[in-house]
Design a binder for this molecule. Structure first.
Ligand SMILES: Cc1cc2nc3c(=O)[nH]c(=O)nc-3n(C[C@H](O)[C@H](O)[C@H](O)COP(=O)(O)OP(=O)(O)OC[C@H]3O[C@@H](n4cnc5c(N)ncnc54)[C@H](O)[C@@H]3O)c2cc1C
Length: 436
């Protein structure tokens, strides 16, 4: 028989990745709010299939769960360093950017101390009961006045590759999840973003055995760097988001497209490491060339010919199709955000835009037809409404505080971070746009 939990929560979080974890950490000291964040995994994991050797954060460690709004919170990265007795060694290591392993360890350290995080609990179905939400989970039924959806994204793959998904054709997110042996195989990596680069370097360094050949195929016009310049970083500030949220949808969309490389490029560090490794192997050690870098190319078609994959690749420069062969195809082709299946019955109540995306208020609240006392928030689901920083860690603490303030109906956290360097639009115009 299903267990029912009689306590009605002020907030139920669905999914515990970094984003909902940040809300949990900032809510922990606020006794007035009763929240539980449900996570299906038995313990915290941060993209475990991509936690590879030589992978580093794209963002600075001070952009942690809490520091941007509450540096005195016990779950800051600095607190992690001190409590784990590695503060001085961390300083001496002079790390400009830390490894994903360390950030993941930090997140897990926080997650496993927080009483408002509940693991091994998969939210299977959510029903709106007119004045609250009922959550069916594998651990029983829970009731909550408000929801925060933090279920993250799922792998996105070219359609032509999907019939072949298995041990030899798989998404990048799977690469580290099981033992692999690529010895003597022809490996092709599709996708020129950070995950593609991280996997390329690991294959190059024979992490999964010495391969026969390695092709790195990217639609982009070159292996393009992350734009991390000082003024670019202004896109990742509350000030910019405040200006962005009120803009017309067409302007938002053009801005996000133009800013792609501010979040989707490859770090300079990774590109340089790759370049130096290639130089050392092929210009210094004079190995026979077994690596090809193939930008400006798109995977258009795929066939299994006697266990070998024949790929039709469109070359945007020559405007001709090329035929490439591989034994292993790794799809570093990004992620997409479908509606979580557990929300099926809520979906008809949501106000979606013409592209079927959530309509969000500046406070990350979904517009919907339920009672205003029952709010639904979503994180990592609003790049179209809040801009390029929304799926990134940069503003997570600030966003969490904004959500908490909205829930509380009063400012539990100060979210005013001061003026940015750039005046994007006049302050009067910001107010006008948000009210419109
Ligand atoms: C490899 C990689 C590296 C990245 N590095 C950076 C970086 O350096 N800097 C940066 O700014 N951004 C980075 N990002 C982007 C972004 O910060 C991360 O994707 C981040 O993990 C998003 O957090 P999230 O909480 O939305 O989702 P996730 O981390 O995906 O977590 C979602 C959680 O929800 C759980 N879940 C799903 N459905 C249910 C359910 N029904 N019931 C219960 N639990 C459920 C899942 O098990 C999962 O644990 C990176 C992304 C990737 C893929």
């Amino acid at each position: 028989m299903e267990r029912t939990n009689n306590v009605k929560l002020d907030l139920a979080g669905i999914g515990v990745g970094p984003f909902n974890l940040s809300i949990a950490a900032l809510l922990a000291p606020k006794q007035q709010m009763n929240a539980t964040f449900f996570e299906s995994r038995d313990s915290f994991a941060w993209h475990p299939g991509l936690l590879l050797d030589n992978t580093n954060m794209q963002t600075m460690f001070l952009k942690d769960l809490v520091s941007a709004v509450c540096p005195e919170n016990p779950y800051s990265f600095l607190s992690y360093l001190v409590k784990n007795k590695k503060f001085y060694r961390f300083l001496s290591a002079e790390l400009n950017c830390i490894s994903r392993h360390e950030f993941s360890d930090y997140l897990a350290w926080a997650a496993h101390q927080l009483n408002n995080v509940q693991f091994s609990t998969r939210v299977e179905h959510v029903e709106y009961k007119g004045d609250h939400f009922e959550l069916e989970t594998n651990q029983g039924v829970y009731h909550a006045n408000n929801l925060c959806i933090g279920t993250g994204k799922v792998p996105s793959m070219p359609e032509c590759a999907t019939p072949f998904i298995g041990d030899r054709v798989f998404h990048a997110a799977e690469v580290g999840l099981r033992e692999r042996d690529f010895t003597g195989k022809r490996v092709a990596i599709i996708g020129g973003g950070q995950s593609g680069a991280d996997i390329f370097l690991n294959v190059l360094r024979s992490k999964w055995g010495k391969v026969a050949s390695l092709d790195w195929i990217s639609r982009r016009s070159n292996f393009q760097p992350l734009d991390e310049a000082s003024f670019t970083n202004e896109f990742f500030t509350p000030d910019y988001v405040n200006a962005f949220v009120g803009l017309p949808a067409s302007v938002k969309s053009a801005e996000v497209t133009a800013q792609k490389l501010t979040s989707d490029g490859v770090t300079q560090k990774a590109l340089l490491e790759i370049y130096q490794e290639l130089y050392h192997r092929f210009d210094v050690l004079k190995e026979d060339k077994w690596v090809r870098l193939l930008p400006h190319r798109t995977l258009e078609g795929m066939k299994d010919v006697g266990g070998q994959y024949h790929m039709t690749i469109g070359n945007a420069l020559s405007r001709q199709n090329e035929l490439h062969q591989a034994d292993i195809v790794i799809l570093a082709t990004g992620f997409k955000a479908p509606y979580p299946a557990c929300l099926d019955s809520i979906l008809p109540l949501l106000d979606l835009d013409e592209h079927n995306r959530y309509q969000m208020t500046p406070d990350f609240e979904l517009k919907w037809q339920g009672a205003s006392s029952n709010k639904i928030f979503a994180v990592n689901a609003g790049m179209h409404s809040h801009g390029i920083a929304e799926p990134q860690l940069s503003l997570m603490a600030w966003r969490s505080a904004r959500i908490i303030n909205r829930l509380a109906g009063k400012p539990l956290y100060d979210i005013d971070s001061g003026k940015g360097m750039i005046e994007w639009i006049s302050p009067a115009a910001i107010e006008e746009l948000v009210e419109a």
